[in-house]
Design a protein around this ligand. Structure first.
Ligand code: NAD
Length: 320
């Protein structure tokens, strides 16, 4: 995309605030319109109020945006993306996860020949842009002597139990919401191959899932914990290189990390504290999306890969 980019924002809830703040800071971006059947009030964008609509079809009768951003409850993503594809020629950035089930993914894939889904649909896998994740991927690339990654342990906690049923309505479950973030982070570090077990706990408010992956020719295990049963947000991932004894710890809440072997600190990543966490994710995401060559983690093929893993059925031997 080049020149001035006209953006239509669909969904004005929690994450839309971050989209609006980041978009307002990007040169050559204008907010063409907003859509939400239940907005709290008109949206202020650089001191103005763009036209607002109750539905995306209504908005696209009037506007020809370059980019439609879908930031609505997860189970509405696929339907709204289909409408945006059919009623405009815009690119479509869909909040993560792209879809809530594999049937919705199949529907989007079937539209590719007609609507260039692979060229137009992007997914906001924002965690992949977090500075500590980029740093960890760089460390892996620069240190082949550390050997293969053998175990990854990741825990994502969000205080959504306090939001009660509204959290389930917006995000589906803790695994639906955070599992996709963990998988999009891991996909930049190792080659994920299969789901080996999946356990939903606490009525969907928590989960424990394991995956097999390949790293430098060896097979490793990823252990992913997600939960909403907490009063505060806390997210971290530990990457272990069993052959060399190196461990890389990344703290997604603090956007920091370090690598150590035994008692020796090998490398560290710090943060200057000046950039709010979500801006640190979404600003580089948008810069990449609006560039000539968006990062492949945003592309439809990457979304298909992580969505199939996200919704995979565990092998029969893993089901109790
Ligand atoms: N909250 C976060 O920190 C966060 C971070 C990254 C991604 N996300 C993803 O973003 C999506 C939205 O999350 P949220 O936290 O903003 O949810 P939210 O419930 O706060 O907001 C969703 C908004 O979408 C509106 N909406 C519902 N149906 C609509 C429709 N058909 N057309 C237009 N608007 C509609 C609702 O009225 C609401 O204002 C989810 O898929 C979530 O996984 C959220």
């Amino acid at each position: 995309m080049s020149g001035s980019v006209q953006v239509g924002l669909v969904g004005l809830g929690h994450i839309a605030e971050t989209h609006l703040e980041v978009l307002a800071g990007l040169p050559d971006v204008s907010l063409d319109f907003t859509v939400d059947p239940h907005p709290d009030g008109p949206v202020d964008f650089r001191g103005g109020t763009p036209p607002h609509y109750g539905g995306v079809a209504e908005a696209l009768e009037v506007h020809q945006p370059d980019l439609v951003v879908i930031a609505t409850p997860t189970d509405t993503h696929a339907d709204l993306a289909e409408q945006a594809l059919a009623l405009s020629s815009a690119r479509v950035l869909v909040e993560k996860p792209l879809v809530h089930d594999l049937a919705a993914l199949d529907r989007l894939r079937a539209l590719d020949a007609k609507a260039d889904v692979r060229g137009r649909v992007f997914t906001a896998h924002h965690f992949a842009f977090s500075p500590e994740v980029r740093w960890a991927a760089q460390q892996l690339g620069e240190h082949p002597e550390w050997g293969p990654v053998t175990t990854i342990t990741s825990a994502f906690h969000d205080p959504y139990i306090l939001r009660g049923e509204q959290a389930f309505a917006s995000y589906g479950s803790s695994w639906m919401d955070s599992g996709i973030n963990q998988l999009s982070v891991l996909a930049g570090l190792v080659d994920l191959t299969s789901l080996t077990s999946a356990t939903q706990l606490d009525g969907g408010a928590s989960a424990w899932c394991t995956f097999a992956f390949k790293s430098r020719g060896a097979t490793g295990t990823a252990r992913l914990r997600t939960s909403w049963l907490t009063g505060s947000s806390s997210k971290e991932t530990v990457i272990a290189f069993g052959e060399s004894g190196v461990e890389v710890w990344i703290d997604h809440t603090a956007m920091t990390g370090f690598a150590a072997r035994g008692e020796t600190l090998l490398a560290a990543h710090t943060d200057d504290g000046r950039t709010p966490r979500k801006h640190a994710h979404y600003r580089p995401l948008y810069e990449s999306l609006l560039s000539d060559h968006p990062d492949t983690v945003l592309g439809f093929d990457a979304a298909v890969t992580v969505t199939q893993l996200h919704h995979a059925t565990p092998p029969a031997s893993a089901v109790e």
